[in-house]
Design a protein around this ligand. Structure first.
Ligand code: ADP
Ligand code: MG
Length: 243
């Protein structure tokens, strides 16, 4: 059974503009999928539909056996199980790092404070930021904030992780420290759907590459095939611009 199953998903923004056109993607447990494609092709919209940050008009999305686009779905519970990391870190600026990592655990999962703190400390250690627990987001670099954002998703024990261009707002020297954390996560077997143009990351840990253009999934190929012999002209053209 797939961890993430998207079948014939279509979405419109307003009455006219179809942003997702009959998109189908399966992500198996432990699989890492990289989603790439030109700006405006619908990558962010696609990935946001997985935890219902965007609604869909047609099709079906099932995550870990739970139908996302069903009216009875408990969305806060779903979102706790589906970790999401955005381009902009979106930490709570008025909360310390440790408070950022405890809030969801206590409010959504109902964990006690001590348990939440212990979990937060363990994850901060894992992303190499134990020394910064009491600081506020504004006191950290972009790369550090993004690692906190990853840790904040992981404290919830997600069944899968979604990343939307997690390194594209970072200065070049900070990209590696964030990618390293993601590579480690991938190697530990986390199911991941990652929108990124970091093809080094894709080559290292992706199992498949999904290429989107104008709201369509144009290619869904094994990494080796995508980089070796992209089938479509559109993918070849895209690759020639970014590699
Ligand atoms: P990508 O992440 O690949 O750059 P997006 O999913 O952000 O693409 O956007 C796909 C298309 O949908 C773009 O043309 C964008 O302008 C449009 N779009 C994105 N969000 C909205 C919105 N909330 N309302 C209307 N159009 C939107
Ligand atoms: Mg985007």
């Amino acid at each position: 059974m797939s961890m993430i199953s998207m079948r014939n998903v279509s979405k419109w923004y307003g009455p006219q503009f179809q942003v997702l056109k009959d998109c189908s993607v399966e992500v198996e447990k432990g699989e890492v999928i990289v989603v790439c494609g030109p700006s405006g092709s619908g990558k962010s919209t696609l990935i946001k539909t997985v935890n219902a940050l965007e609604t869909i008009q047609n099709g079906e999305i099932v995550v870990d056996g739970v139908t996302v686009n069903a009216s009875k779905t408990n969305l806060p519970k779903l979102r706790a199980r589906v970790g999401m990391v955005f381009q902009h870190f979106e930490l709570f600026p008025h909360l310390s790092i440790i408070q950022n990592l405890c809030l969801g655990q206590e409010k959504v999962l109902g964990r006690g404070h001590d348990e939440a703190v212990a979990k937060a400390e363990a994850l901060l250690k894992r992303v190499g930021l134990s020394a910064h627990a009491q600081k506020f987001p504004g006191q950290l670099s972009g790369g550090q904030q993004q690692r906190v954002a990853i840790a904040r998703a992981l404290v919830m024990d997600p069944v899968c992780m979604l990343f939307d261009e997690p390194t594209s707002a970072l200065d070049p020297e900070m990209i590696t420290e964030v990618l390293d954390v993601m590579v480690e996560l991938a190697r530990e077997g986390m199911t991941m759907m990652v929108v990124t143009h970091e093809m080094g990351f894709a080559r290292k840990v992706a199992h498949r590459v999904v290429f989107m253009d104008q709201g369509e999934i144009v290619e869904d190929a094994l990494k080796e095939d995508f980089f070796g012999t992209p089938r479509s002209e559109r993918a070849r053209n895209f690759l020639s611009k970014i590699l």
